[in-house]
Ligand binder design. Sequence first.
Ligand SMILES: *[C@@H]1O[C@H](CO)[C@@H](O)[C@H](O)[C@H]1NC(C)=O
Ligand SMILES: *[C@@H]1O[C@H](CO)[C@@H](O)[C@H](O)[C@H]1NC(C)=O
Ligand SMILES: *[C@@H]1O[C@H](CO)[C@@H](O)[C@H](O)[C@H]1NC(C)=O
Length: 190
Amino acid sequence: MPQGDSHCPSWHRRTLWISGGVHIIAVLAVAIFGVWVFRLNQKITGHECNLNNKSAGAYRTPSCPLHWELQGRKCYYYPGASDLKNWSASHEDCSARDSRLAVIEDKAELIYLTSKLTNQAWIGLFITPAGGRWTWVNGSTLNANVFRVTGPADGDRCGTVQSSSIVSGRCITSFYWICQRKAEISSSWV
Ligand SMILES: *[C@@H]1O[C@H](CO)[C@@H](O)[C@H](O)[C@H]1NC(C)=O
Ligand SMILES: *[C@@H]1O[C@H](CO)[C@@H](O)[C@H](O)[C@H]1NC(C)=O
Ligand SMILES: *[C@@H]1O[C@H](CO)[C@@H](O)[C@H](O)[C@H]1NC(C)=O
């Protein structure tokens, strides 16, 4: 067999050398690029970790079901534009909506609620025995330092809201009503 060298023209060998060099450069380039991508990825991941770690900086977004109105951490529903109900029927309606008649915490909430209404509406407040105490549907008695109820407090009275006030009404009377529930809180990283 003749020696390969003698049959290999010198241009062929040069080409081999050159293409070998090109290959080595290409391999190096790919390696460098790979390391760069890896670093970049680490940086991004690290950045996300930092964000995640600012737990206090995570946004907690309250939300309400469709047709409910969000205010603070609560959702409100004002049923029946043309529908009026007595207190116990209103109470049942809110229960059926997985909520309760509104229990008002402070003046600001009272003002907010009545700003949304053009008519008197039931809230979750009642007084059963004559001379008894005004009681919220969550079981607490009304804090007289925060709220005063306008109107009689004889037996079978329930609470309504109207024009930034809590007004006593006969429970069998039909009014609008306000349901309330806690807002859903979901975390987001936006
Ligand atoms: C987040 O911070 C806590 C300390 O505040 C630390 O123990 C934890 O390793 C950190 N987590 C990440 C993913 O950086
Ligand atoms: C009931 O609601 C009132 C007014 O928001 C609040 O002050 C009281 O702590 C609540 N009571 C219970 C038992 O949740
Ligand atoms: C309240 O209204 C409901 C439904 O209309 C009725 O069945 C119920 O007897 C009423 N309750 C009172 C105390 O009037």
